[in-house]
Each structure stands twice: as structure tokens, then as C-alpha cells.
Design a binder for this molecule. Sequence first.
Ligand code: NAD
Ligand code: SER
Length: 321
Amino acid sequence: MTRKITRVLVTGALGQIGSELTDELRERYGRDNVVASDIRSDESSPVVTGGPWVVLDVTDPETVEKTIVDNRIDSIFHMAAILSATGEKNPQLCWKVNMDGTLNILETARRNNLARVVIPSSIAAFGPETPRYNTPQETILRPKTIYGVTKVSGELLCDYYVRKYDLDVRGLRYPGIISSETLPGGGTTDYAVEIYYKAIEEGRYTCFVKKDTMLPMMYMPDCIKATMNLAEADFDDLVHYSDFNVGALSVTAGDIAESIRKHIPDFEVDYEPDYRQAIADTWPTGVDDSAAREEWGWQSDWDLESMTEDMLRKLRMKLLF
Ligand code: NAD
Ligand code: SER
């Protein structure tokens, strides 16, 4: 049976996805019914000023429990994490936040009989032995980053809670997310956002992966749509739970630069790959998302050209006016 989402906690709400997801959740369920949280605060952010807000470290189980009980929360969107590039610089912190944090969220949800928990996974769950093209839903999961290790472990843990405790847990393997509102927080795919900012601010960009590096990407409106469509799907229709492949774009860094040049013809890009190239080389170029299409009707709305036009329009408003 699928229970209704009524009182929501968002963790990691000041992050790239959490900030826009909080906005959408407040629209859907009512401003006062969505408690945003993060380990840090930012008084200038609408996430903090636009509704209930608490500072919450997800690695602290007592405060997680108290926040859920005090705010009568029935659903959690767990966005707090350490991403791939930052994770390689501090693997112990990545494990602590991503694994202890996820376990605390699942345990609190189990003890308090919550209606829904949404916990994202990532294309980082894949590794060099995974088929790189049209990567299947069921495939080899042997990531080489600590972030990827936590994402595979997280998927398995979430599925365990579904089967062992009948907890309603769901999640997507997000591709690299491209957005105009909040900068990304230390991932390998950050270049795909930075390139738009630099195109407008400086007319040139030094990209930290090679021109022909192709990765799966998705524009934020599609990311929010996918998250909400999965969160609100009928649980009985799901065969998978926490590990849905979701596809939108498969583009190289050079493809993004070329699409920007259609609007800014003088835009210059050079390529100086760093340690993040080795991470990108272990991830797929695109994924087979037929399970998401069949089980909860996934389809993307944005292609590279429409995304670039929208990104440049929004960033011009934000950066130049
Ligand atoms: P982000 O790095 O932008 O935001 C993460 C937030 O978590 C930050 O605001 C940070 O302050 C917070 N945080 C860190 N440690 C914390 C702690 N101990 N307690 C509470 N908050 C803490 O990340 P994001 O891009 O918004 O990612 C959200 C989720 O989506 C993560 O699970 C991430 O792995 C996944 N994901 C993101 C992408 C992407 O391209 N953005 C792609 C695949 C998967
Ligand atoms: N965008 C994320 C990262 O690069 C993928 O999970 O870490």
C-alpha cells in the first residue's frame, strides 16, 4: 500500500539538488509542511527563509530522531552526502556522511514507521568493468571511488530495509545534474555546470576533463520531475526500489561547449584533465532506463539545445542583472 506524503524532512537542503527540491516540495505539500535541513546554514538562502528550517548533521542519530519526532515528519528526502571528487580527498568523511548518515535516516524511519524515504544513488555506482554504453539496470557494480562504494552499499542497504522491514524506500541513480540555481558540491561532473557560468562571466573555460569525455547528464527540471514521479508512484507498481537508472542526455564536454557557442560564438574552451578524468573514465556514457519507464513512466523533457538556451537565459539574469 502507498501511504501519502504529508510532513517532509529534506536533508542536505542547501545543496545543488536539495535547494531546488525543497522549493518543489514546499509548492506541493505546503510551505509549513516541509522542514529543510543541512549541516550548515545560509541566512541569504530561500531554503532557510522560505519555510521551517533546522541545522541537522545526519551523522548524529539522536538529533535525526528528535527532528523527526518534534516535527511530526512522515517522509524524508535524504540529499545530504559527500560527492565523488571531495570524497577522494577525504574517503573517511565520505564513508561517515554517506553510510552513517543513510543508516541513521533508515533506522529513524523504521522506528517511527514513516511513510516514505527517498535516497539517491548515482552513476558512480558503476565502475570500469560495467558495460559503458546503454548501461543495463542489472549489471556489474564494482566502483573504484569511495563515493561509488557508498552508493552501491546505500542501494543494497535501502533494498534490505524494504524487504526486511517493509519500509517504503526509493531512489534513483542520478546522472550528472546541470542547474542554474545552486552550484554543485564537489563532484566529477561539476565541469558541466561551471562551463555555463564561465561562458557568461569570462567567455572562456578551462575544463578538467577531456573534450571527448562522454557522460550521462540531466537538467535540473528533469531531475526534480524524476524524483517526484518516483516518490509519488504507487509502491505496488515497483519491482525495483533504490537503484533506478534514469537517462536524459549523453554528451561530451565538447558537445556542451559547441551548444554554448551557438549563443556565444567567441566562447573559448581548453582542456586540462586532472584527477577527476580518471573518475569520469570509470562511469558510463549513457544508461538503459527502461525499468524507470516501465515501472513509473519516466521520460525526460530536456535535450542539450533546450537546456543550454534555458541555462544561459537564467544565468544571464542571475549574473549580469
Ligand atoms: P551537494 O554536495 O550539492 O549537497 C549536499 C549537501 O549535504 C550540502 O549542502 C552539504 O552541506 C550537506 N551535508 C554534508 N554533510 C552533511 C552532514 N553530515 N549532515 C547534513 N548535511 C550534510 O550534493 P547534491 O548534488 O545536491 O546531491 C544530493 C544527492 O544526490 C546526493 O546523495 C548525491 O550523491 C546525489 N547525486 C547528485 C548528483 C549531482 O550531479 N548533483 C549526481 C548523482 C547523485
Ligand atoms: N555528479 C556526481 C559526482 O560527480 C555524480 O554522482 O560526484
